[in-house]
Design a protein around this ligand. Structure first.
Ligand code: NAP
Ligand code: MG
Length: 523
């Protein structure tokens, strides 16, 4: 097979904001983004772009650090818009699937080039629309750049004709072909990288999609769709219909025109979609494919035989990075009783030094949570937690200007209590005491999820046991359980954490392909 890619894949490097050059570019990008506040962005249905200036029919996206700042508005889509978008995607699929893979890859690599040029701008939008700190935003946009490269390489490989076992009187081959029209339904917590990843992989493989962005972050979503158009993607390959999950999301899931659903979000919504798509609709002629990444209740195991300082730092970063709003966030620290008190003291001391405030200020370590609903839900869990354990750090929230919650540590929590079992999705860590490593492993495996996990120990035999028995899709040894890198840590979980589709993995593109076998009689 000839390949376009002469060099091995390498992850995009991060900006270093201690350098004036990077810092000043980001400050400029933030100022420019602010000068664009309040703009209207369109819905894209096939070749048609539609604006709506009437706030009654718009989704208004606000800065979670400052509720009065309107980032932008998009039209609130209806079921009719979703239907038109699916019709357009169905029509465009007939031409897009015949565009040679080399050409489809060229468009993705153009988009990568454009995104590298506009990196600071995308970073600034992530900071202002979804409340991420600078470094978090930079990591996310770097991941998007990686996806454009990585999925293109693997699409090239998977879309090539493949050999089958030889037979004397036949010539045969196997070829992967695209599925058809997909519904892309991403969450708000990685508004650029997850949305982009769910688009790039199916589209480079020859499918067309209708994207319904999360209602909290439609502006970044539009910016990425627009970037693909600027890179040369024909209109109609990606439609963009913001709207509510209940209205637009459900319509896309249930339509007989939808061949697959690429979803990332909560357990409840994922399970609901799984149930609905199993129902055969009138005129539907396939079983829909479901690619789902869902919630987590991830744990770090802190063993008696570990470097405590590294365990403390890793746990603090994994629990409170992105305000604990990562599917991979550590929300349980399961600590051996012999080091329990020391670990808690060290963690509390370090956590108290973290600064919470508007994410546009680089000095802040934690920004806001995404909205009032999330704020209320997290505060409610803290309240429940105060009865199920002892709050030793944080515990307070402030929604005066934005939705800020202190990084909160609750110790002496029982492994089976609510706050040790349910996904909180905020800066709240439950600390649980274990008698020994075996008990810690059992506790770690006790939830309905199985996304990420971390184990801190210098004991080789225990590490081996964790590799064998800790039932998570992404296991990390002597490092934090967040921060998966494209290609390095293919990502996705077990049980109610999803379908283990492994984003950023070499087989991810296969989720959007089906194999066709051809056997030809030669004599
Ligand atoms: P969510 O509430 O489940 O929403 C996800 C998406 O589904 C949004 O676009 C939402 O639209 C849409 N939706 C809601 N109801 C729907 C329905 N009935 N039919 C079709 N679509 C519907 O999740 P979220 O709050 O945005 O994100 C946080 C969750 O995502 C957490 O549970 C987190 O663990 C999970 N997550 C998992 C991964 C992973 O890789 N495993 C990565 C990131 C996040 P609206 O915005 O309009 O409601
Ligand atoms: Mg939501």
């Amino acid at each position: 097979m000839t390949t376009k890619f002469k060099k091995a894949f390498r992850n995009c490097e991060y900006f270093d904001y201690s350098k004036d050059e990077h810092k000043n570019s980001m400050l400029e990008a933030i100022a420019k983004t602010k000068s664009e506040f309040g703009k209207e962005y369109p819905q894209v249905v096939g070749p048609v772009k539609r604006w709506d200036k009437d706030p009654k029919y718009c989704i208004s996206s606000y800065n979670p650090s400052n509720k009065t700042e309107l980032i932008g508005m998009v039209p609130k889509g209806t079921q009719e818009n979703a239907k038109d978008a699916l019709d357009a995607a169905t029509k465009t699929f007939e031409t897009w699937k015949r565009v040679p893979i080399e050409k489809r890859i060229d468009i993705m690599l153009n988009a990568r080039k454009l995104l590298i040029e506009r990196r600071h701008e995308f970073n600034a939008y992530c900071v202002l629309e979804s409340g991420q700190t600078w470094n978090e935003a930079d990591g996310e946009v770097a991941e998007t750049i990686d996806f454009l490269d990585f999925y293109s390489r693997h699409a090239e490989k998977w879309c090539a004709k493949r050999k089958v076992t030889a037979k004397a009187d036949e010539e045969g081959f196997l070829q992967y072909i695209p599925l058809g029209v997909g519904a892309v339904i991403p969450p708000w917590n990685y508004p650029c990288a997850i949305l982009a990843g769910l688009i790039i992989a199916p589209v480079v493989a020859g499918n067309t999609v209708v994207v319904k962005p999360a209602s909290d972050t439609p502006v970044i979503g539009y910016k990425f769709v627009e970037l693909l158009e600027q890179a040369g993607l024909p209109l109609g390959v990606v439609s963009f219909v913001p709207g509510s999950g209940k209205e637009v999301g459900e319509y896309l899931v249930n339509s007989p025109k939808t061949r697959f659903i690429a979803f990332t979000g909560s357990r409840d919504v994922g399970v609901h979609i799984y149930e609905s798509l199993a129902k055969q609709q009138e005129k539907q002629v396939w079983l829909k494919r479901f690619i789902a990444e869902m919630g987590g209740k991830n744990a770090h195991i802190i063993d008696s035989e570990c470097y405590l300082e590294s365990a403390v730092l890793g746990t603090m970063q994994a629990a409170f990075g992105r305000q604990g709003q990562k599917c991979s966030s550590c929300s349980r620290a399961i600590v051996d009783e012999t080091v329990y008190d020391k670990f808690v003291d060290m963690l509390v001391e370090k956590t108290r030094q973290l600064k919470v405030g508007p994410s546009e200020d680089f000095a802040n370590n934690l920004g806001p949570v995404i909205n009032k609903q999330a704020f209320d839900k997290i505060c409610q869990y803290i309240c429940i937690g105060s009865a199920q354990g002892k709050i030793v750090a944080g515990g307070r929230g402030d929604f005066g200007k934005g939705y800020f919650i202190e990084p909160t540590i609750i110790k002496d929590v029982a492994w089976n209590s609510t706050i040790a079992q349910e996904e909180i999705f905020g800066p709240v860590l439950a600390v649980i005491k274990a008698k020994n490593f075996d008990e810690a492993l059992k506790m770690a495996n006790s939830t309905e999820y199985g996304l990420t996990g971390g184990v801190y120990t210098q004991n080789e035999e225990k590490l081996e046991r964790a590799i064998r028995d800790f039932h998570v899709g992404n296991l990390y040894l002597n490092r934090k359980c967040t921060g998966a890198l494209v290609g390095v840590h293919p990502f996705g979980g077990f049980n109610h954490s999803g379908t283990d589709s492994k984003t950023g993995g070499p087989e991810y593109v296969l989720n959007f392909l089906q194999a066709k076998t051809v056997g030809r009689k030669v004599r």
